[in-house]
Design a protein around this ligand. Structure first.
Ligand SMILES: [Zn+2]
Length: 176
């Protein structure tokens, strides 16, 4: 199963670099009203040549097109992907900082790594989880405080070999 998943991602999905090219187009157009190859290169701190070849590929795949001034803009498909990536990044960042207590900068880096990879279902369920967790529900308040104390008592860092030690009770596993 895992073998097939990573192979299909390599073939079909956006690379992390392509995702950031699309986000750059979105950000520059929002900020300045236009996005040329040179603007994107400056924004991403890479060469114009590599932006050009990335954009050629993204145009061919229907994520990007040129506006009436021959400047770059996102297609509907590109805009949808950018919205999904930004939503996933936001959800992960909130989860890592506000639920797990991570440092903002570390959380931003990890959220950046996964933003373009997660499914709509993961993003949606994580969003539900966060909405519940930060709601006025008394159970959520109690849970967050108990989690905070647990993490303080046991230390934030757990060695990889210890990760599998915590058994999940049958009742919890069956309900999933
Ligand atoms: Zn990223």
């Amino acid at each position: 199963m895992f073998q097939e998943v990573w192979k299909s991602y390599e073939e079909n999905e956006l690379t992390h670099s392509a995702a950031h090219h699309l986000m750059a187009v979105h950000e520059l157009r929002t900020r300045h009203g236009y996005a040329r190859v040179s603007d994107i290169a400056q924004h991403l701190k890479i060469t114009k040549g590599s932006v050009s070849s990335a954009m050629k590929h993204l145009k061919e795949r229907g994520y990007v097109r040129e506006d009436h001034n021959k400047f770059l803009e996102l297609s509907d498909k590109g805009a949808k992907v950018v919205a999904e990536i930004e939503a996933a990044r936001m959800a992960f960042q909130r989860f890592l900082v506000h639920a797990l207590g991570m440092d903002e900068d570390d959380a931003e880096i990890d959220a950046c790594k996964v933003e373009h990879l997660v499914s709509a279902e993961t993003r949606s369920r994580l969003t539900h989880f966060l909405r519940f967790l930060f709601s006025e529900q008394p159970a959520a308040r109690v849970f967050l405080e108990a989690l905070r104390i647990h993490t303080l008592e046991h230390g934030a860092v757990i060695a990889a070999e210890e990760v599998f030690a915590g058994a999940i009770p049958d009742g919890v596993r069956d309900r999933a």
